[in-house]
Write a protein of this length. Structure first.
Length: 436
């Protein structure tokens, strides 16, 4: 029920504001009308003002009669002069006989009569008009004050609408300004500053929206803090577990190496070699698991990417990689040609990829076939390709894919690509570095 009421609060406020704005504008209009009418009536009561307007009309009428040579027998042409002069009334007498009236008069009309208007509408003294046949008396009355009242009414209506629009615009501007404030603050939150508080004003839907955004901000901060604590605790746990596992394994491997050097029967010596290989495999798995966990749980911002010439940073790693493979008894065929471009990498992480591939070659590659290394340039990328034949062994080697997944994640952090495939016992790895 409260939610339903809140949904209509903003529209109700807008409606109430419109009504109040209309009432305020109407009161202002009525007040201006009252004051302006009083001023106009006071002004139009002045005899000199009335005389000035009447004289102007009489002068115009005399000039019209003269220019058009109007006769007493045909005064209908005066209707043309009366057009557009609805606020003016004239009556013309000749020999005390009414011969023209600008308005229809009743049969009981007699002139002059007591006017039905305030004192300043009284008939003025008569004026003499000269026609071709002689002269005539004209009585003129001008309601010029109505013209002023119309003008001031139009002006007051304009003030009314301006006042109404100003109040509404002011109210809407406040709401729009608040919306703009919320938009700027949301952009600040999008930029990563989650500790920036959202401004909450009023108690309408906009304020409710701001409150919910602020609550969401606080919840997100709490969740991030919790995730950070969990991540730190997990890192500590993984580091401790890895250390605790590697320490006895290292000692075990040392004992096995000592035993291998002892003079023991060949049958037992072969079992010692197998135990040593298994221990080395377990140690490698622990190392890979720790690397995989480190890469998966750490933020991208922790990686220090720097610009290096491709030849400078990769040539040394490739030569070292080739040397170590040759020392391990593998033949290497390399046709790698590094371009002049620049790549953005973390050299330590790229070294991890090369170490992982060297480990895979040593464990899975067939020494009877050469390991091939070559490079291509494709769509602005430097692609390094590593190929080797897989070794057939009666003793299966455990494979978890952690090393390859580590390499793939590292290349993604470098905005590059890591691809691998196995076809007909040929294992192929591709590293794609964006060239800058």
């Amino acid at each position: 029920m409260n939610k339903a009421k809140r949904e209509y609060k903003l529209s109700q406020t807008l409606m109430i504001t419109a009504v109040l704005a209309c009432l305020a504008s109407a009161l202002l209009f009525l007040g201006l009308q009252y004051l302006s009418r009083g001023i106009i009536y006071d002004y139009c009561k002045k005899p000199e003002v009335i005389s000035a307007h009447i004289e102007k009309k009489i002068t115009s009428l005399r000039q019209y009669i003269k220019d058009n040579q109007i006769s007493l027998s045909d005064l209908s042409e005066l209707d043309n002069w009366m057009r557009g002069k609805e606020l003016t009334e004239i009556v013309i007498y000749h020999d005390n006989t009414l011969i023209y009236s600008s308005h229809t008069l009743s049969p009981s009309f007699s002139f002059p009569s007591q006017p039905k208007f305030p004192d300043f509408y009284l008939w003025h003294n008569k004026y003499i008009l000269t026609f071709q046949e002689g002269t005539a008396e004209v009585f003129i009355k001008d309601f010029f004050e109505h013209r002023y009242i119309d003008y001031i009414t139009y002006f007051n209506l304009l003030v009314f609408f301006l006042c109404f629009i100003t109040i509404m615009v002011f109210f809407i501007h406040k709401k729009v300004s608040y919306i703009n404030t919320l938009e700027k603050e949301i952009r600040i939150l999008e930029g990563g500053d989650l500790h920036y508080s959202i401004t909450i004003k009023g108690n309408d839907e906009l304020a409710s929206l701001a409150q919910e955004i602020d609550e969401m901000r606080k919840a997100f901060i709490a969740r991030e803090d919790y995730a950070e604590r969990v991540r730190a605790a997990t890192n500590t746990l993984m580091a401790g577990v890895s250390h605790d596992l590697r320490t006895p394994l290292t000692a075990l491997i040392g004992y096995l190496e000592v035993l291998e050097g002892e003079d023991i029967p060949a049958k037992e010596s072969s079992f010692l070699g197998k135990c040593k290989n298994r221990a080395l495999q377990i140690k490698d798995l622990i190392n890979h698991l720790f690397d995989y966990f480190f890469i998966s749980t750490n933020d991208y911002k922790e990686i220090d990417l720097k610009h290096y010439p491709a030849q400078e940073v990769l040539r040394e790693m490739i030569h070292e990689h080739i040397y170590l493979m040759e020392q391990s008894g593998f033949m290497v065929s390399s046709t790698v040609e590094l371009p002049e471009g620049t790549i953005k990498v973390d050299s330590g992480m790229i070294q991890r990829i090369f170490d992982n591939m060297l480990s895979n070659v040593q464990r899975h590659a067939d020494p009877a076939h050469p390991v091939r290394l070559y490079s291509t340039i494709d769509s602005g990328e430097l692609v390094l390709v590593f190929e080797n034949h897989s070794r057939h062994s009666l003793e299966p080697t455990p494979k978890t894919g952690l090393g390859l997944n580590n390499c793939q994640k590292i290349m993604l952090l470098h905005q590059g690509r890591f691809m691998y495939r196995q076809n007909d016992h040929v294992f192929t790895v591709q590293l794609a570095f964006p060239l800058i």
